[in-house]
Design a protein around this ligand. Structure first.
Ligand SMILES: NC(=O)c1ccc[n+]([C@@H]2O[C@H](COP(=O)([O-])OP(=O)(O)OC[C@H]3O[C@@H](n4cnc5c(N)ncnc54)[C@H](OP(=O)(O)O)[C@@H]3O)[C@@H](O)[C@H]2O)c1
Length: 228
């Protein structure tokens, strides 16, 4: 197992939910954090405000974080949004915005950190996808398409980066207890059902980052285990 103390990580979307839990877990391991979201997380670490839907903000924001951190050992592409709509009612602007946040932003953030990782032959990238990357859901065509895309991006990126000794992981959780789907029809349907805790997903990220160099564990699907 690899010790994480003294390493650095950029985590997107750490102002709440799963990203916050991941950032807190990484900090507990002694990892120095660079955080990217619109609102400032209430945890320690370097923070640069960035709206990931505004793609032109991304390169500048990431480079500001890289300058402050020095090197970036880990990138966790966690930030994401949810959209629920039948296709016939979906606005192009909403579809495109979701794709920017969930798919294009991870590509752009990754592209910014990669040259240094490649030069150092060191780095690990964790993309937080969803079980929506491997199955369809009613009225979630945009969300599922974005998460299928993120899985495909991660699979191809892993092949591209293997010669550079960089690991790429796609972590795909089922329903997690956060505000992501708040106010939606889905939230109504899931009301009262047990969900995965954000801390449990954070532990999975730590588990992945601790894997020895010679272990390839590219994809992890995490669902709740219920006896019923
Ligand atoms: N909750 C679930 O059931 C579930 C299941 C599977 C996968 N996931 C995935 O897990 C990830 C985290 O979701 P969550 O459940 O923790 O959601 P959440 O509680 O709503 O948190 C989303 C995070 O993403 C950031 N974010 C959203 N839009 C952004 C934007 N335009 N620019 C910058 N940052 C933005 C938010 O920060 P700001 O608002 O401060 O910008 C926030 O920190 C997402 O990729 C989601 O798809 C969630």
């Amino acid at each position: 197992m690899i010790a994480l103390a003294g390493k650095t990580a950029i985590v997107t979307g750490a102002s709440r939910g799963i990203g916050r839990a991941i950032a807190v877990a990484l900090a507990r391991e002694g990892v120095r954090l660079g955080l990217l979201s619109r609102s400032k997380p209430d945890i320690g670490g370097e923070f640069v405000a960035c709206d990931l839907a505004e793609l032109e903000q991304i390169p500048v924001a990431v480079q500001r974080l890289v300058e402050r951190l020095g090197e970036v050992d880990y990138l966790v592409n966690n930030a994401g949004a949810f959209l629920e709509s039948p296709v016939t009612e979906m606005k192009l602007a909403d579809w495109e915005r979701l794709m920017r946040v969930n798919l294009t932003a991870p590509f752009l953030v990754t592209r910014e950190v990669l040259p240094r990782m490649i030069a150092r032959r060191q780095g690990r990238i964790v993309n937080i996808s969803s079980t929506a990357s491997v199955q369809g859901h009613l009225h979630q065509s945009a969300y599922c398409a974005s998460k299928h895309g993120l899985l495909g991006f991660g699979r191809s990126l892993a092949m591209e980066l293997k010669p550079h000794n960089i690991h790429v992981y796609t972590l795909s959780p089922g329903g997690v207890d956060t505000d992501l789907i708040k106010g939606t029809y889905l939230a109504e349907r899931l009301k009262g059902q047990p969900m995965i805790a954000p801390d449990d997903i954070a532990e999975m990220v730590i588990f992945l980052l601790r894997q020895p160099e010679n272990i390839d564990l590219p994809e992890l699907i995490v669902r709740r285990f219920d006896t019923k």
